[in-house]
Design a protein around this ligand. Structure first.
Ligand SMILES: C[S@@+](CC[C@H](N)C(=O)[O-])C[C@H]1O[C@@H](n2cnc3c(N)ncnc32)[C@H](O)[C@@H]1O
Length: 556
């Protein structure tokens, strides 16, 4: 027994293992020296080995799940506690089992104030826990069974052991990469071997880490006593997801999962690019009902019986998107898509239940609940799909339709509106932007976020809906500001596709579209220098957690 006077109990059990990724000494020091708010910003430029353990995105894998009102959770292979730190925030008793004693010590330092946690440094198999737990997790662990679990069928044995620890109606929560994930097919290095295609082509040897494709994993789970399965797909993967989409969502008519996926997949070291456009590949796979087979990672809830409470509690969850790593907790959000009464509702909230903050310059507006507009597509999606299909006329037409729609909401400038914007520029940006626009049309500052990603159109009826107008200014804004913002956004989203489409990779709109748009009267007064200043302010304000942020004066 290695228990200290304060902090969770840490017990040394049987069969510890020597797993390490090189971050252990740093992390133990970091968590020993710092009391950490797990959702505050961490340095984004930290090396991947550290960033991976610290980014709040880790918790998005589980933070949306309904674990019920209480009970016992067993985390097998708890690593350095990134998910333990979420689990102990639940009203459950948590047992974290970690094979490496060094890592178990990190969990203890990381979760030192948790009163509902016990930590055991031991192998995940052979534990004396028959029928004790409501939920057992195997997150990023099954792939290592060949190395750390004895016996002729180590993966099956580990799953069976997890089943043995569960109550009859308990639930296994399993996360693992997909051996046939789109990033692997596109030639990105396999996460464990570091070599392209080593998983797709079969793995090196029996002791090496290995993942599975969907049918193989599903059959393996069923054989291990988990025939009832709910499949979810964390994106870009289960390690650092910012969204999770369920198989049920993929089968819901009119539900478009594509905008929720983070594409293209980024190489963690930033040097390697997918060999083909994953967006185009997934557009086709999703349309053909095959999307789940090719997602990068799986999150499976599995039980002996479909009536298991956790399966029932999460059955209607279609998708979730979390913004946890680009701003402080005050602005972090969770958007859920839930099946309800034959339709889908979208609910948005502060990730931590914090009330909306008020600022002189504007506000973050989260519409608590609205119907999901099934069958609609955002103008951004329409433009991107048209660009991918080489249909420049359609792409430019959709973008100008959006511009005209925005213009239809605009009105002549008022002296108060112009003055309010000038005050905003002086107080927040420290410089005037979009100067001399008094004779042009202006918009309410509540439409700052009405860019092409947030305006939807129904392909058959032409009906238009505005969604998610999150960032709003208290003053009026020149129409041109919104138009420039929209064009810039489309350029940013086209840029990663450029290499696959034979377009210039410098960013911005494809030259053909640029020429088409240049003829449109609403584009004639574009001012990207002014836009850059507003964009810089908004980014800094959101990152700093206050819309009353003032940009520092440029240094000479
Ligand atoms: C990739 S890490 C994932 C850690 C954690 N679940 C997470 O998501 O942050 C895998 C962890 O599982 C542990 N592990 C792998 N096989 C194990 C086994 N048979 N028994 C106990 N721990 C194991 C390793 O020591 C390592 O810390």
């Amino acid at each position: 027994m290695m228990t200290a006077d304060n902090g969770p109990a840490l017990t040394l059990g049987e069969g510890t293992i020597g797993y390490q990724d090189g971050s252990e000494a740093y992390l133990l020091r970091f968590f020993t020296e710092n009391v950490v708010n797990e959702y505050e910003l961490f340095p984004k430029d930290a090396p991947w080995a550290i960033h991976y353990h610290l980014t709040p995105r880790r918790k998005t894998l589980l933070s949306w799940l309904d674990f019920g009102q209480g009970g016992r959770i067993l985390e097998l292979g708890a690593g350095c506690g990134a998910l333990t730190s979420h689990l102990v925030s639940l009203p459950h008793a948590v047992t974290a089992v970690e094979g490496s004693p060094d890592r178990a010590a990190i969990i203890r330092a990381r979760c030192r104030t948790a009163g509902n946690l016990e930590i055991v440094a031991a192998n995940a198999v052979g534990l004396p826990y028959d029928g004790l737990f409501d939920a057992v997790t195997l997150i990023g662990v099954l792939e290592y069974a060949g190395a750390f679990v004895d016996g002729p069928a180590p993966h099956e044995r580990l799953l069976a052991e997890a089943g043995r620890y569960l109550k009859d109606d308990g639930c296994l929560i399993l996360a693992i990469e997909n051996r046939m994930g789109h990033k692997y097919l596109a030639g990105m290095p396999e996460d464990h071997t570091g070599r392209p295609y080593s998983g797709v082509n079969g793995y090196p040897g029996p002791g090496a880490a290995r993942t599975f494709d969907r049918p193989t994993l599903s059959a393996m789970l069923a054989r291990a006593g988990f025939p009832a399965q709910q499949w979810h797909y964390p994106s870009p993967d289960y390690k650092t997801p910012d969204s999770v989409v369920s198989e049920r969502a993929l089968g819901t008519p009119g539900f478009n999962a594509l905008p929720l996926l983070e594409l293209p997949t980024r190489d963690y070291d930033g040097n390697i690019f997918p060999a083909f456009s994953e967006r185009q590949f997934l557009r086709s796979a999703l349309a053909g009902g095959l999307g789940g087979h090719f997602m990068n990672s799986f999150l499976v809830l599995a039980a002996a019986d479909g009536k298991a409470p956790m399966l029932a509690a999460n059955r209607d969850a279609l998708a979730v998107a979390v913004n946890a790593d680009s701003c402080p907790p005050r602005f972090q959000t969770m958007t859920r898509f839930t099946a309800k009464d034959g339709g889908v509702v979208v609910t948005r909230k502060n990730l931590h239940g914090l009330p909306p903050a008020r600022f002189a310059a504007g506000r973050q507006r989260l519409k608590a609940s609205e119907p999901c507009h099934l069958g609609y597509a955002s103008f951004l999606e329409i433009v991107l799909a048209a660009v991918e299909d080489g249909n420049w006329g359609l792409a430019a037409g959709a973008l100008t339709d959006w511009m005209e729609l925005a213009a239809s909401r605009a009105r002549p400038a008022t002296p108060e509106g112009v003055r309010g914007f000038a005050d905003f520029c002086r107080d927040r940006l420290g410089a005037p932007v979009y100067a001399g626009r008094e004779t042009e049309k202006w918009l309410s500052g509540s439409l700052l976020d009405a860019h092409p990603g947030n305006v939807l159109r129904h392909p058959a009826t032409g009906d238009v809906r505005f969604i998610d107008l999150e960032w709003q200014l208290a003053c009026d804004i020149p129409l041109q500001l919104l138009l420039d913002r929209g064009i810039n956004l489309v350029g940013q989203k086209v840029a990663p596709l450029a290499r696959y489409l034979g377009l210039p990779e410098a960013g911005g709109l494809p030259p053909v579209m640029d020429r088409m748009l240049a003829r449109h009267p609403l584009c004639r007064r574009t001012d990207f220098a002014s836009l850059a200043c507003v964009t810089q302010w908004l980014f800094a304000a959101v990152t700093h957690g206050t819309l009353d942020y003032r940009l520092p004066a440029p240094t000479a």
